[in-house]
Design a protein around this ligand. Sequence first.
Ligand code: FEO
Ligand code: CA
Ligand code: CA
Length: 631
Amino acid sequence: MRDIPAHKISADDWDEQHSPRPETNDFDRVVEAALSRRGFLGGVLAFGSGAAAMGGALLSGTSARAQEAATRFPFTPIAAQTDFQVHVPEGYVHDILVSWGDPLFDGVQAFDHATGGAAADSDRVFGENTDGMETFVIGAHQIMAVNNEYVNPEINLPQTADGTPASAEDVRKLQNLQGVTVMEIVEGPEGWAPVKGSRFNRRLHHNAPMTIAGPAAGHALLQTEVDPEGLNVLGTMGNCGAGKTPWGTYLTCEENFNGYFGASDGLGGEATVQAGYKRYGIHEQGQYGYEAFDPRFDVSKTPNEPHRFGWVVEIDPTNPDSTPVKRTALGRFKHENAEVTLAPDGRVVVYLGDDERGEFLYRFVSDAPYVPGEDTAHLLNEGTLYVAKFHDDQSGEWLAMTPETTGMELAEMLIFARTAASKLGATTMDRPEWIAVNPNAVEAYCCLTNNKNRGLKTNAGGDATPVGGPNPREANKFGQIVRWYPAGDDHAADGFQWDLYVMAGNPETEEGAYAGSPNVTAGNMFNSPDGMAFDSAGLLWIQTDGEDSNEGEFAGMGNNQQLAGNPVTGEIARFLTAPNGAEVTGLCWSADRRTMFVGIQHPGGHWPGKEGDLPRSSIITVKRADGALVG
Ligand code: FEO
Ligand code: CA
Ligand code: CA
């Protein structure tokens, strides 16, 4: 392994390095499992050089028709790109809404490329690495709530040699640049911009006060010396995808929280705590060096602090004085996004992915229905968490997680949700990223981004990751999107049927399953689907966070991108390409649907500036030149 700082490698690769897991490449078992499905796959399985290959039977019938279907996208698809620019189709224009370091409050200096912004101003500027976001309308105001997922310290602290913080001030600056930004935005003659000094503007960073609610609130595992009641936390972190409730609040999802913690004097604690560290990836060396200057992030000193992260946090963007609330009923894991929908009887259903190789897909169902105008504070506190089990016959079920089914006390079951889900025999997945519910049909989609360990290694809890079901390719390098149809057209039902909407692949360089499903062509190929959302017209937008070398098996895919998918025909078309080095993540629309907001995270080069500038994660606006609707 090259000697590179921990913050320069991706969160999942970092976990991998620090948790070497036994190789359990039992090829006989993999083949056996796959062969047993031969019957329903109609004999299309083939095996070559250790990798199971599959045909189209798991794929939706509609996607098989994709190649013949007439294109009905409202844009002309664009070619793959490898440059350091953003590209959109002809007839569309794009601009910058906001970049890391832009002032949100009066009296803050404009961004300085020499310093990466003053430390003293770092809690009053737009944060780093934009991710999930949603827009809200309050009277005449448009408010955007947006996640700032993590930092690129060598860019944010340009005065340091390699981004390793050298002081408590450096750590504080990094902490301030993350979390959530709430800001008013407005479209003027010069385009869209944040409203500097708006009363709605907030930065909810790593030290912002929050409360803990739901069944785990106050539990001994959440208590610390500073917060003996286990009810009040400082900060939210690893804010990845997002969600929006029907009652107008924002849900921010804490994903790779584990990397912020280290241990100066060993990973102590009782057996349960130690097992939790192992399952959730808390290591002696933190990824960002916080623990050297902030004892809260040193688990040798504050062993319960990591239990206070990994939650979904509810924020009221309309009330700048409100305190965000961590909703423990939704379980603790590496939350990707929180897709909210309603069951026919009004109960609230929240779909939740845990983005780690071999972890699970979850669902929360509230006890009470949502009734517009009535109090909503209890809805995400009282309900049942479920975990998905997929069967090879394309049926599936949601397994209720309760003290009775898991043998764990309720609060502990939610704090160590991964362990509880393992006990139920849930299906280990290829890294569940964003989930999206179709507004025009009772069905949901989840990006399974990739999983190099599929069929080769267990997850951190020792669960096998056999090839099969919606995870049909060994050492899955391209990813796929699974779709499920709830029984009885009810998202709260316990059963479902599933298929694969798309299997990403390379039809030019690969054969068999790695060539991808029939709706993947030389003209639209991509890898590692991640962000995903439906627009109001029913198009499924897919954003990627994958390999952008454009070489080898990734040749022809170019930079990370945003594509549109037709959920009925299965057709997929490339809409936008990001600068090389960036991923595309985060998508929402203006109230009039004439502007699409797209997040560009960790760009390479010096985008969006000029030669010599620091690269800056930014939200861009995309509009039609003729002012027509864009979703
Ligand atoms: Fe923050 Fe799994 O992406
Ligand atoms: Ca993601
Ligand atoms: Ca990703």
